[in-house]
Design a protein around this ligand. Structure first.
Ligand SMILES: [Zn+2]
Length: 279
């Protein structure tokens, strides 16, 4: 599942590849990818003749900004975009093709078929699902220590699922929540109402720095073919706890433990992140 840094990397790359291109026509080969409007023919007809201005992001959604329209695209598990010469053979699992008037295509490929596309008039997209309930953008100036505490500090449920909930903070997935909680030295099953001021500060700084480093790492690889996961996986070499079960903790050398929180595989150092009540 791509998280904010991966989607941000896709956004940057896609922006380089398609900004300024004019869509001549659209081929929808798998109607279920298109969530709005209801009919794929309407989707294709609405986009014809429009020019892509920029590619932006809201949470884990791409916002492809056109003159007068916005295409909101979620890659879900395995969605990926690629730009190809239009005479190049179409790969298997290619579901939507945007034909540009310069002889190239933007092709959307998705083996799992979970990805979604919603088309809106400009401005309308933030008022309606799927973007209307999204929480704070953690890399924007609106994400402050006060905003983080304001969202969460009265909660009495476990911190990890709260951080994964996109209605509070967007873009954090399983990997970066584990990394941020480790850096902040907070056990994922602690509840926000028990966190001390110093812990809030550490958590805030850990979320920011974890995501910013990941964006920097991913952002340095610009390719003609982009996806939401593996392709730019440079950051995974810098992960401190995620995927490192039984390896020594980088801070204290105690082996990293793995267990389940809210159905999600969770990695911690139990010495650096003591559970509630053990301090
Ligand atoms: Zn440790």
């Amino acid at each position: 599942m791509p998280e904010l840094p991966e989607v941000e990397t896709v956004r940057r790359t896609l922006n380089e590849l398609v900004a300024g291109k004019r869509i001549q026509s659209v081929t929808v080969r798998l109607p279920r990818i298109i969530q709005r409007p209801a009919e794929p023919e309407q989707f294709a007809a609405a986009l014809a003749g429009h020019t892509i201005e920029t590619v932006e992001r809201r949470g884990k959604f791409l916002r492809i900004m056109l003159d007068g329209l916005v295409l909101v695209s979620h890659l879900r598990m395995e969605g990926r975009y690629g730009v190809f010469p239009s005479d190049e053979p179409i790969e298997l699992h290619t579901h939507v093709i945007f034909h540009f008037d310069d002889g190239t295509d933007l092709r959307y490929k998705d083996v799992r078929q979970f990805g979604t596309m919603h088309l809106f008039k400009r401005g309308e997209e933030l008022e309606l699902p799927p973007l209307n309930k999204l929480g704070i953008e953690p890399l924007e100036s609106e994400f402050t220590l006060e905003a983080l505490r304001g969202k969460l500090e009265k909660r009495t449920t476990r911190i990890k699922p709260l951080l994964l909930n996109q209605e509070h903070i967007v873009g954090l997935g399983n990997i970066y929540v584990d990394e941020a909680l480790f850096q902040a030295r907070i056990h994922p099953e602690r509840t926000p109402d028990t966190l001390k001021p110093a812990e809030w500060k550490r958590l805030y700084e850990a979320i920011r720095s974890t995501l910013a480093h990941a964006v920097d790492a991913g952002g340095s690889s610009i390719k003609s073919y982009v996806n939401g996961q593996g392709e730019m996986g440079m950051f995974q070499h810098q992960l401190l706890v995620y995927g490192r079960k039984d390896e020594p903790c980088p801070a204290c050398a105690k082996p990293i433990e793995k267990f389940t929180v809210g159905g999600r595989g969770t990695h911690i150092c139990s010495k650096c992140q003591p559970p509630a009540g053990s301090k």
